[in-house]
Design a protein around this ligand. Structure first.
Ligand SMILES: NC(=O)c1ccc[n+]([C@@H]2O[C@H](COP(=O)([O-])OP(=O)(O)OC[C@H]3O[C@@H](n4cnc5c(N)ncnc54)[C@H](O)[C@@H]3O)[C@@H](O)[C@H]2O)c1
Ligand SMILES: O=P(O)(O)OC[C@@H](O)[C@@H](O)[C@H](O)[C@H](O)CO
Length: 435
């Protein structure tokens, strides 16, 4: 079968120039920012082509280069597949082997935006990608060409987080904007089944394709000193304050996603939709949202947490996505603080013990121990894996847990009760007893 490229597929955009450097050439960027940006260029023009930077692995970079940087996004709605070929990438670079080229890109005044999807664990001044970003910004200081650094990672106040990371390392940040953003589209890692679907629907071999759900959302603060694509004309929401959206997403969507990942993985569910279909799971998740999460959030005007949570559950039920529970379960030590532990801390401060949230925490603790309910080994893919496995009382890890958790007798009692239930009855037995 022929390969997807600019000769085999001609009806595709070719941006007139590069205005964005993107760090983190993973699945998410290809189905989210790239789609918004291509739509914005189609609607309003602009030299906003994207130079994508793969920090370490060449697994996406090489196929993309072989395909003239074209790839498809396969939108999956149950059994229905809608393909779309994107051509918004003007360059693709490898940071690990060509750091000087990336540094030049970041210093280039024509590039006015740097976006990032580098996962939670890369947000440290000493991570390789941050050091490279800092080197590029130091080189850029010579021209002071205005630029926005836009985190598209699932972190609270992600713009502020970047600002706090970057500011102490540079003499001058006056030419840099740090808008916070809320990004939302479920984009599972591609598998052989994804490549097979692409072959079927495109009639071409596409080794850089990604599959995604129909839903796609982006809320951004407007802090772009060098301008930005007309993302608003492509459906993005530009706001003064992203915090209410962020809180909702982190706790009512991602908190529930992680809950399904840990409870599901323990029960032997391979995918999120399978986890949600376990007996008792949906009603437990509805109660987790209504009883534990909702009281901790002030949602944006016109939205209720329960409504938002119900729509999140509908999205998780999309069987076409086959999003693996073990993928979402990765890096729990980096994800749970913003997805779950904030909810627990807020409920404890209000004098309540959040029963469903502590069940999820007990499930993560059992997951860390490495065996499913039927004894099947579970992998612990986490930058703190060694410390997690070596620590007898996880609540004492202050790199993960907020202060006060370790000494909270009521919280400990609820957690022990759930741990005993999970050990004795497994996830399904525990959930069924809740009904
Ligand atoms: N996939 C989704 O559904 C989704 C949705 C919303 C937000 N996000 C955000 O995007 C991030 C990436 O998701 P993805 O699906 O693209 O994952 P992915 O595994 O496909 O890609 C991860 C990217 O991050 C880079 N990376 C990983 N660890 C790094 C490190 N220590 N230093 C520098 N770079 C590193 C990888 O090289 C890769 O380019 C997530 O962590 C999340 O914050 C993902
Ligand atoms: O991408 P991760 O690994 O940080 O988290 C896995 C999922 O929970 C997450 O990617 C969601 O699918 C996404 O954030 C929905 O917008």
């Amino acid at each position: 079968m022929e390969r997807l490229n600019r000769s085999t597929f001609r009806d595709v955009i070719e941006p007139p120039g590069t205005g964005i450097a993107h760090l983190g050439l993973g699945a998410f960027h290809r189905a989210h920012e790239a789609v918004f940006t291509e739509d914005a260029i189609r609607k309003a023009g602009g030299d906003w082509g994207i130079a994508a930077v793969a920090p370490r692995s060449r697994a996406v970079l090489d196929p993309l280069l072989e395909q003239d940087r074209l790839y498809s996004v396969l939108t999956l709605d149950g059994e229905q597949v809608t393909p779309r070929v994107l051509g918004v990438h003007t360059q693709a670079l490898h940071a690990a082997s060509a750091p000087a080229a990336v540094e030049r890109l970041l210093a280039d005044p024509a590039v006015r935006i740097v976006t990032l999807t580098v996962t939670e664990k890369a947000y440290r001044a000493d991570s390789g990608i941050m050091r490279l970003l800092l080197a590029g910004l130091r080189a850029r200081a010579a021209t002071q060409a205005p630029i926005a650094l836009v985190s598209c990672d699932n972190l609270p106040s992600n713009g502020q987080r970047l600002r706090e990371l970057i500011t102490p390392e540079l003499d001058d940040v006056s030419f840099i904007g740090f808008p916070s953003t809320m990004v939302d589209r479920i984009v599972p890692a591609s598998t052989d089944a994804t490549y097979a679907t692409a072959r079927e629907v495109l009639g071409l071999e596409d080794r850089a394709c990604v599959a995604a759900e129909p839903f796609n959302a982006w809320v951004l603060e407007d802090d772009f000193p060098g301008g930005r694509p007309a993302w608003d004309q492509a459906g993005a929401v530009i706001t003064d304050d992203v915090a209410p959206w962020e809180g909702l997403k982190l706790r009512a969507l991602l908190g529930v996603h992680s809950a399904l990942a840990y409870l599901g993985a323990l029960a032997g569910a391979r995918t999120v939709d399978q986890a949600l279909a376990l007996p008792g799971m949906r009603s437990a998740m509805e109660r987790f949202i209504a009883t534990d999460i909702a009281p901790t959030l002030t949602p944006p005007d016109g939205v209720t947490v329960e409504q938002y949570g119900r729509s999140a559950l509908e999205r998780f039920a999309n069987a076409g996505l086959r999003h693996r529970t073990l993928q979402i379960a990765m890096d729990g030590s980096q994800k749970l603080p913003q997805r779950l532990l904030g909810t627990i801390a807020d409920r404890r401060a209000a004098g309540s013990v959040p029963v469903y949230a502590t069940l999820v925490l007990a499930a993560w603790m059992k997951f860390v121990r490495g065996a499913a309910d039927d004894g099947t080994p579970l992998p612990l893919d986490d930058p703190m894996a060694d410390r997690l496995r070596a620590t007898p009382s996880l609540l004492e890890l202050d790199a993960v847990f907020p202060p006060g958790f370790a000494d909270d007798a009521e919280l400990r009692a609820q957690l022990s009760a759930w741990s005993a239930d999970l050990d004795r009855h497994g996830v399904v037995g525990t959930l069924q007893a809740l009904r």
